[in-house]
Design a binder for this molecule. Structure first.
Ligand SMILES: Cc1cc2nc3c(=O)[nH]c(=O)nc-3n(C[C@H](O)[C@H](O)[C@H](O)COP(=O)(O)OP(=O)(O)OC[C@H]3O[C@@H](n4cnc5c(N)ncnc54)[C@H](O)[C@@H]3O)c2cc1C
Length: 404
């Protein structure tokens, strides 16, 4: 048990956003800083259970935080991986339209990609799709050369190593339970003793709204968990997909639709779906937490969202419980895929901020209050964008807290 450890700055959350923020801050020097992570390892939640895709910046509204941080963060991430010997591959991806009604959305993706500075986007005719993905079928496609793959757990560990090397502390098994203001300082009561700090940054992902409340801040949003379940191609079927193969996403919905992803460690995953989850950190179809479920259902925004998306939600539940339904969604991209080509794999849970109005918050959301910064919405592509997000939080902290 540590007793009354003192720091200038405490970061709550040892996912990729918390560690990237810590790395950006220690690079500025002169700060006693700690990252407090409740689990016994880093990247235990969203970061360690994601698709491992380095996103290009194709999807996001030009000028949005997602667009700017994804484009800048992607290149910074490729550089970081090269400098730290972390395998990362810029393999490119293909987005495929399978019906006429998806063409306007594909056009819009191309327009957004160009506006976000993606060079070398290439529109593909049906026969050209097969040059990239010989088993895919579609009526039109878009090749995106900037997209790549990486292992985000390794990236997070490397960020943390940089923090340690610069004198920062990474405290595992340290769950923040209570935050008490004491004049200019804050006392954090944790499962590993008391931590004092002057400044606090909340990067708690799936728990970020609760951590904001612990800090006396009304986050105005509620984190709603959406589980993403994966299948993987059996080793004898991985030839069906070369790299990354995506559908045209429904522009009404913040998720990308089930897709195929070649993993940096080998193998090909298919998924994830986006199922409303009844437990924020629950990774199976049976996971249930009364506290988490009640928190979702008691929020007025949930019912407003449910009215709008119930049909899509039912489809996602069907794809969660029925393998044939999941495989049918994948067959839209690769018609020759058979149910026996895939088997169930892991799952991740996305932290998606929901407004009281029932709107799913699309952009990243970072809120500043006196002596505190709260990251309240950092969904995909926040792993890709992590270095850029960390830099911008460090800049905010610089301005707010007077750090150079
Ligand atoms: C299924 C899925 C697929 C995705 N695919 C991609 C992708 O391919 N590319 C991409 O760029 N992004 C992807 N994302 C998004 C990306 O993974 C997240 O945006 C990113 O990991 C968010 O990082 P984070 O640090 O904010 O959250 P997290 O990784 O969830 O970290 C938050 C940490 O805070 C800790 N914590 C919470 N409460 C406390 C407390 N009270 N005290 C101490 N510690 C606490 C948690 O234990 C956790 O480790 C995906 C996400 C999911 C779920």
């Amino acid at each position: 048990m540590s007793d009354g450890r003192e720091f200038d700055l405490a970061i709550i959350g040892g996912g990729i956003v918390g560690t990237a923020t810590a790395m950006a801050l220690v690079r500025r020097g002169g700060l006693r800083l700690a990252v407090l992570e409740k689990e016994m390892k880093l990247a235990a939640h969203q970061t360690g259970n994601n698709s491992g895709v380095i996103h290009s910046g194709l999807y996001y509204k030009p000028g949005s935080l997602k667009a700017r941080n994804c484009v800048a963060g992607r290149e910074a991430l490729y550089r970081f991986c090269a400098e730290h010997g972390i395998p990362a591959e810029r393999c490119g991806k293909v987005v495929v339209a399978t019906s006429e009604k998806q063409i306007p959305a594909l056009d819009e993706l191309q327009r957004r990609g160009e506006a976000n500075g993606l060079d070398g986007l290439r529109r593909l005719a049906p026969n050209e799709i097969r040059e990239f993905e010989p088993h895919a079928t579609g009526i039109a496609g878009l090749f995106v050369p900037q997209t790549g793959i990486v292992d985000y757990t390794r990236v997070t560990e490397a960020y943390a190593e940089e923090v340690r090397r610069a004198g920062g502390e990474i405290m595992l098994g340290t769950q923040v339970r209570r935050v008490v203001r004491e004049g200019d300082a804050m006392r954090l009561e944790t499962t590993a003793g008391t931590v004092q700090c002057r400044l606090l940054i909340n990067c708690a992902g799936l728990q970020s709204d609760r951590v904001a409340r612990l800090c006396g801040v009304d986050p105005e949003i509620r984190i709603v968990p959406f589980r993403g379940e994966y299948y993987e191609l059996r080793p004898e079927s991985t030839h069906l997909v070369k790299n990354l193969l995506y559908p045209v996403p429904d522009p009404e919905f913040p998720f990308l639709g089930v897709h195929f992803t070649r993993m940096i460690a080998g193998g090909v995953e298919a998924g994830p779906n986006a199922v409303l989850a009844f437990e924020r950190e629950g990774y199976t179809r049976w996971s249930f937490s009364l506290r988490d479920a009640a928190g979702t259902f008691a929020f007025p925004g949930f019912w407003r969202m449910a009215t709008k998306y119930w049909r899509m939600g039912l489809g996602e539940f069907a794809r969660s419980w029925s393998k044939p339904a999941f495989v049918r969604a994948l067959q839209a991209l690769v018609p020759e895929l058979r149910p026996e080509d895939v088997e169930r794999a892991g799952a991740g849970v996305r932290a998606q901020a929901l407004e009281r109005s029932g709107k799913l918050l699309d952009d990243f959301c970072i809120v500043e209050t006196p002596r505190q910064i709260h990251v309240l919405n950092a969904p995909s592509p926040a792993a890709t964008a992590s270095i850029a997000i960390g830099e911008s939080i460090a800049a905010m902290a610089g301005a707010d807290f007077g750090i150079a």
